[in-house]
Design a protein around this ligand. Structure first.
Ligand SMILES: Nc1ncnc2c1ncn2[C@@H]1O[C@H](COP(=O)(O)OP(=O)(O)OP(=O)(O)O)[C@@H](O)[C@H]1O
Length: 299
């Protein structure tokens, strides 16, 4: 059975008439990497603040590693990395982590090991002011890892990072998840979270409108499949006549159909094989799926 590091049931939070969170339920299991998606104002930050115990919900239940949010038991097991973590630029990475380990009552001798874990051992004695954005994110992650947290809450951890730094950052997260940490991260980078997390949660207008792996969301959304047909020169007109639902898009023809009709439609195109050079089946993109769910409530 999966052990839950975070369980939220029917959470509601209102700010002066604005429903920031409405009946939100979710869980994050041990070792699970979960992405929280949503437009600006969807409620992601509010949800994170409630998990961290910075604000209290109006109603609903929440268990953070078996404790109430904000309790000493929860605080000792949860780490938070804000979107733009800032540090004193004159401190070295080692001084920064040593200082925070002391504040947490941890032996500061472990600071170098933490910096090594996030790939910063080589720059440990350099001032943070000289670090790149990717290196600063790693300092933030090292700081978040003080005390071996069981749940990591990361607010857009890769925004502003270049593709290589992003990949490296996700590799670090993979290692932490493999050691058993549950990870909840917010992001606007759909392609990236599709590849690097186990499950997606989509918030829209304070409501949880979709949860699941990408294949599950794709199935739930039941969006049409598009076929891109490359025709033999001069035969596009014949094919348009044979397939009345096809449309011209650039040099190709596009034909959309329901998932359930995919094979029948493919057979119709295959029957025109003397006039077709190639056919490519394009499933709905993550952007299509995201838009489908996040606009559901008329947003
Ligand atoms: N302290 C507050 N007082 C009043 N309204 C608030 C407060 N905090 C959040 N809200 C409102 O609650 C809703 C959700 O905001 P929240 O910041 O959680 O969204 P978000 O998904 O984190 O957005 P973003 O991606 O822009 O960070 C918004 O309508 C916001 O205006």
């Amino acid at each position: 059975m999966m052990t839950s590091t975070l369980t939220i049931s029917h959470l509601t939070k209102t700010f002066g008439g604005v429903d920031a969170l409405s009946d939100v339920s979710l869980h994050v299991a041990r070792g699970e990497r979960v992405a929280l998606l949503g437009h600006n104002g969807a409620g992601k930050s509010t949800l994170m603040k409630v998990i961290l115990g910075l604000i209290t919900a109006d109603s609903g239940q929440i268990s953070v590693c078996g404790a109430a949010p904000g309790d000493a038991g929860a605080r000792s097991q949860v780490a938070y990395l804000p979107e733009n973590a800032t540090f004193h630029s004159a401190l070295t990475g080692l001084e920064q982590i040593t200082y925070y380990m002391r504040l947490r009552g941890e032996a500061p001798s472990g600071a170098m090991a933490l910096l090594d874990k996030v790939g910063l051992a080589h720059a440990a004695k350099q001032r943070i002011g000289t670090y790149s954005k990717g290196m600063r994110q790693r300092v933030g992650l090292a700081q978040a890892l003080i005390g071996h947290p069981n749940l990591l809450v990361l607010d857009e951890p890769t925004s502003g990072l270049d593709p290589v730094s992003r990949r490296d950052f996700y590799e670090l997260l993979d290692g932490l998840a493999a050691e058993g940490a549950g990870i909840l991260l917010s992001s606007h980078a759909l392609t990236e979270v599709e590849a690097r997390t186990d499950r997606l949660l989509i918030l829209s207008g304070g409501r949880m409108v979709a949860t699941g792996s990408l294949p599950e969301l794709r199935q739930d959304a039941a969006l049409p499949v598009t076929m891109q047909i490359t025709t033999l020169n001069g035969y596009a007109g014949d094919i348009l006549a044979a397939l009345p639902n096809a449309i011209r898009v650039g040099d190709h023809l596009h034909l959309s159909c329901a998932q359930a009709d995919k094979l029948v439609t493919l057979a119709q195109v295959a029957a025109l094989k003397d006039k077709v050079v190639d056919i490519e089946v394009m499933p709905p993109s993550l952007e299509d799926i995201y838009s489908h769910f996040s606009r559901r409530d008329g947003q």
